[in-house]
Design a protein around this ligand. Structure first.
Ligand code: NAD
Length: 290
């Protein structure tokens, strides 16, 4: 396929490289001066999108996505697929999809989970919203960039799945860290706590696969001085998107709201910026936090 790829950062760069390595003809564009193995760089977003079968975007937020969509939709060929893999607000995803459909394009929102390691290794999970025809065309590309793609329903549902998943992740990470700090104060050994919880009803991905306590459980950012991994800043972004969506949909999400507020405090007022999101544990180890 002829693919245009816009946004070649930490995630987009390796995703585009994997598509090129698999034999697709990939043209790329980024605001920053980057070069990616196997990808021909273009001078603008418009040039990247012209004459391509699929245009993929991997951008920081919904506002930037909307601006790039305004540039590329008018030049894309009819029947081409506009595939946005960024994590953005549901409203922007739906607005861009409508704009694309009006121009006779197939539009998909397909945010990912798996982080930079998953992008490099081609093991991402894609959560996809949009029509079936677009999903069937893009499936071949999902199989290269990832290990799983779930079609979640109409436009915006990929973003909905992503923010619901990450709201659960944020809340379970916080409570797992709280529980370790409480266990410390009760004199319960961390290894014993892990051995019990990871095989009892308190188990979760945060505990079992990404344990926030150094030296306990599988290797995780806690074993590497809480270098991300998945940065607390990115978790905060996703929790804000979840609350934005909850407010728009009039959904009651008190724990999601509390998780957002705590990560905001951690990132903006404390030392959380640039640290892994599991660094909530050292935060709770100090007494006196609210
Ligand atoms: P990044 O900042 O490394 O990459 C974004 C790229 O977009 C940058 O290279 C930037 O120069 C480029 N860009 C910005 N505005 C542009 C424009 N108008 N035209 C062209 N290029 C433009 O971010 P990332 O970590 O690659 O994340 C990308 C998206 O993936 C975000 O929505 C993020 O939330 C999501 N995501 C990231 C991770 C992760 O672990 N990094 C995991 C899952 C999802």
């Amino acid at each position: 396929m002829k693919i245009g790829f816009i946004g070649l950062g930490n995630m987009g760069g390796p995703m585009a490289a994997n598509l090129a390595k698999a034999g697709h003809e990939v043209t790329g564009f980024d605001m920053a001066d980057v070069s990616i193995d196997g990808v021909t760089m273009a001078a603008s977003a418009e040039e990247t999108a012209t004459g391509r079968d699929v245009v993929i975007t991997m951008l920081p937020n919904g506002q930037i996505l909307r601006a790039v969509a305004d540039q590329v939709i008018p030049v894309m060929q009819r029947g081409a697929v506009l595939l946005d893999c960024s994590t953005v607000d549901v409203e922007s995803a739906r607005a861009v999809a409508t704009q694309g459909q009006t121009a006779d394009l197939l539009a998909l929102d397909a945010p990912v989970s798996g982080g930079v390691g998953g992008a490099q290794g081609g093991t991402l999970t894609f959560m996809v919203g949009g029509d079936e025809a677009g999903f069937n065309i893009a499936k071949e590309l999902f199989d290269i960039m990832g290990q799983k793609a779930v079609h979640c329903g109409p436009s915006g549902n990929g973003q909905a799945a992503k923010i619901c998943n990450n709201m659960i992740l944020g809340a379970t990470m916080i409570v797992t860290c709280e529980a370790f700090a409480l266990a410390d104060k009760l004199g319960l050994d961390r290894q014993a706590m892990f051995d019990v919880v990871s095989t009892s009803s308190g188990y979760s991905w945060s505990m079992n696969a990404y344990c926030p306590a150094p030296g306990i459980g599988p290797q995780s950012p806690a074993d590497n001085g809480y270098q991300p991994g998945f940065a607390a800043d990115l978790m905060l972004k996703d929790l804000r998107l979840a609350q934005q969506a909850a407010e728009a949909a009039d959904a009651d999400t008190p724990l999601g709201q509390a998780a957002r507020d705590l990560y905001a405090q951690f990132v903006e007022d404390e030392d959380g910026a640039g640290r892994d999101f599991s660094a909530m544990l050292p935060r709770f180890e100090a007494r006196g936090h609210s």
